[in-house]
Every structure is written in C-alpha cells, then in structure tokens.
Design a protein around this ligand. Structure first.
Ligand code: SF4
Ligand code: SF4
Length: 425
C-alpha cells in the first residue's frame, strides 16, 4: 500500500518492497508485544506514536533539518559524546541494529560467527533498509570490540565512517588517549557541520543531554516501587527511543509520563501484582526491535525492574559535571563522565560488577538475567564474573546467550519459566 513517505524513502534509495516488508513485520511484532499489555500508562501513547512513525515522521524531520543545513551523525555506541554533536548544531541518532533483516546479505561479507548487532547494521546497509543510515552524513564507530573494529573497516566501503578509539583500561595514559580522541572528534564534527563548538554552545548541549539523563533517572527511581508501576518492556522502549527522538521533546514527554507514574504510585496501583518476581536484566544493549527476551520474561510471570545495559542504566547513571566554565574544563568533564562507562570492553572491569550488585540490592530483585548476544566475547566472558559476584550476594542469575532470530523462543521460555519459579518467594 502506498504511504505518504514513499517518495522520501525512494529518494533515500531504500529498497521499497523489502522496506515495506520490514515495517509490516515490525508493526505486527510491536502489536503482539506492546499493545496487548493491560493497564498501560496513558503517557505510553506518545511512545507508541513515535515507534509507529519511526521510519516516517522522524525521518521527515531529519530531512527537513538537513535541508536547512544541519548534519546528522549516526552512532552505535554510548561512547560517542552527543554533547559535541549538539554543540555544533548537529543531530545525533542511534542506529538500531536490533533486527535480523539483511542477515543473508551481511553474511556474504562477514563471518557467520559474528554477533547479531554487527550483522544487523551491515545487513541493513547492504539491503537498503534503514532510513537512518541513509540520512547520516557521518557514521561514528568506536573500537569497543574486535568485531566492531573490523566491521567498520568493511562498512566504510558503503557509508562515510569515522572511528573513535576507546581505551581498554582506565589508567592515566588511557585518560590522556581518550581526551585526545575527544579533541579529534570535536575537530571532525566542526569540519562536517561547518560550525565551531564554543563554550556557551557546549554548556547548553551538556545541560540538554543531562536533562534527558535526569528524566530517565527519575523514571528508574519511580519504577523501583512495589508494586511495579510500569512494565520493563515499556521502560526498555522508552530507553530505545531516547536514542533517536528529539532530546527536548523526549525529555518533556517522559517528564509527563513520570508525573502519571507518581499518581499511580500514590494510588498504590501496579502494572502487576505486588508479589510478582522482580528481575533485573544485565549485559549487552538491546536495540530496537530486540524485544524478544523482555517479552519472554514478562510473559513468564516476572517483571523487569531494571536494566544494567547501555540501553538502560549504564547510559544514564552518570551526568557530565555542569560546574565547568571554560571550553577546556567542559571537555575534561565530558572525558571524565564517558570514561566512567563500565562496558565489558574494559579490563579490569570491576566497576561493572560493583554496579550490578548495588543495583540488585537497591532494586530488591529476586534474580538477574544476564543477556549476551551469541558470539559477543566481552559480555559472554564477563557473565561468569557477574554470576560469581551475584552468588556471593545471594542473588540467583540465569545466563542467556541468544540472537535476533525467533527460533529459540520456546527454549528460552522453558528456561526463563523454570528460573522464575525458582526465584518466586
Ligand atoms: S556495550 Fe559497550 S560497545 Fe556496546 S554500546 Fe555499550 S559501551 Fe558501546
Ligand atoms: S554485542 Fe558484543 S560482539 Fe557485538 S558489537 Fe557489541 S560488544 Fe561487540
């Protein structure tokens, strides 16, 4: 069926038939997983709308901004400092890489035993399925894992790619390297946008990104109540959308949703009964539309009350200090904040273990589900350490390795149901 966006998608050189197929699968998947939930908050209507327009209205907005000379920067990792992009009047979007479409094309140029996230972004490009990739004036990669590092080399044959080097340790020399990378990135963004990053512009951008983090922190505090007032699936969706929606609009809308949550909490209402087992997810990020595991968990009689992930707490826990006055001080504040990210690419990575046990305790969870994409070495390896630390804290953990396919849903359901029964008080 023709849509008002066909001409725009055609201009972006999408494969219109394959793209229509993707949207219809996405719509059906969304309907089954999200719209069937009972007692959702009114504020979720905004998120439903944004998701229904994920390839429509938001792309149109990006095209309009581009027509006025703005540049769009696509990213795959929370290490890329959005503050610098915004300060240069650019727009940063997270490229989802959460679907299997395009896998066949990706496997023509990548080994089969590559994680689903990498296959997804390469596959989306090769199959001409993603209007965000096609709208990006620059795609910023990072050296967080070997798979990504090598995939960006291949990807750069198809799209304009720039790679930031992320240190592997957190010693003084690593901090120096990271600061130098920030400066190199600043220059690149200034060159692409044609705009100089000044102290007032950067101060404003820091506040804007912090405001978005603050509202998501508020959401996390509210959802921690008993009974849980919002499903984990809905919070995951909010986090996912935070990567591509307009930051000011998103912050305002989630603020309204938090007000609604507060009234729900005051009325003692929950999305699930009080005694529902509370679980936390930990591990690899889950990009849109990777909703498989959260759906399996929440349809197995548990509720997710926290995500220790880059599409979750890891991305919003720390703010950039707003005390800095000069440009140099602000860049230092950005460098310090980003180096606190506890991605499994670091060695050693004891901060992550500490954060996981703190979160499990604060959220009073009955168990943790550790999620890693198959073939993701950093997270599958770290799962053993996470299990050990949680065992010491008396918190049971289930380790799941999976990809974006639907083949293992029944098997996952059996394992998750058994875990939920085990942790039920
Ligand atoms: S898990 Fe690591 S590589 Fe992935 S988005 Fe987070 S910081 Fe980046
Ligand atoms: S999921 Fe793991 S292997 Fe895949 S890109 Fe992220 S860190 Fe690398």
């Amino acid at each position: 069926m023709p849509t008002p966006y066909d001409a725009m998608w055609e201009k972006l050189n999408l494969d219109l038939d394959a793209h229509a197929g993707l949207l219809s699968v996405l719509g059906k998947f969304y309907g089954d997983i999200y719209l069937t939930q009972q007692g959702r908050l009114k504020g979720m209507e905004y998120l439903d709308f944004v998701l229904s327009e994920v390839h429509g209205l938001r792309i149109q907005e990006l095209q309009e901004a581009k027509a006025q000379g703005k540049k769009v920067i696509g990213t795959f990792c929370v290490f890329v400092p959005e503050e610098l992009v915004l300060a240069a009047d650019g727009i940063q979007v997270g490229l989802c890489a959460g679907a299997e479409a395009g896998k066949g094309e990706a496997e023509k140029i990548l080994p089969r035993n590559t994680c689903a996230l990498i296959k997804s972004f390469v596959g989306f490009k090769l199959s001409r399925l993603c209007p965000y990739i096609e709208s990006s004036d620059l795609i910023v990669g990072e050296t967080t894992c070997d798979g990504k590092k090598k995939a960006y080399e291949i990807f750069s044959d198809y799209a304009p790619v720039y790679v930031m080097e992320i240190p592997q340790m957190k010693n003084a020399c690593d901090r120096d390297l990271w600061k130098a990378e920030l400066l190199r990135f600043k220059e690149k963004i200034e060159e692409i946008t044609g705009n100089a990053i000044t102290a007032p512009k950067l101060r404003e951008a820091i506040r804007k990104v912090n405001d978005r983090r603050r509202v998501l922190q508020r959401l996390n505090r509210l959802r921690a109540n008993v009974p849980t007032p919002i499903s984990g699936r809905d919070v995951l969706l909010i986090n996912q959308i935070s990567f591509y929606d307009d930051p000011d609009r998103f912050t305002a809308k989630i603020g309204e949703l938090c007000d609604e949550l507060e009234s729900r909490i005051k009325a003692g209402e929950g999305i699930v009964p009080k005694q529902t087992p509370r679980l936390m997810l930990s591990g690899c990020p889950m990009a849109v539309p990777n909703w498989k595991l959260p759906y399996v968990i929440e349809s197995s009689g548990a509720v997710i009350v926290g995500e220790e992930s880059c599409i979750g707490t890891r991305n919003i826990r720390d703010l950039v200090s707003e005390r800095a006055e000069t440009l140099e001080e602000m860049l230092d504040a950005i460098a310090d904040r980003y180096l606190r990210i506890d991605c499994a690419c670091f060695t050693p990575n004891t901060e992550r273990l500490d954060h996981i046990s703190e979160m499990a305790k604060e959220l009073n969870v009955d168990g943790v589900i550790h999620f890693a994409l198959s073939f993701c070495q950093p997270y599958t390896m770290e799962a053993f350490k996470v299990e050990k630390i949680l065992k010491e804290a008396g918190v049971p953990m289930l380790s799941i390795e999976t990809d974006y396919s639907m083949e293992d849903v029944e098997q996952l359901k059996t394992r998750v149901e058994a875990f939920v029964e085990m942790v039920r008080k």
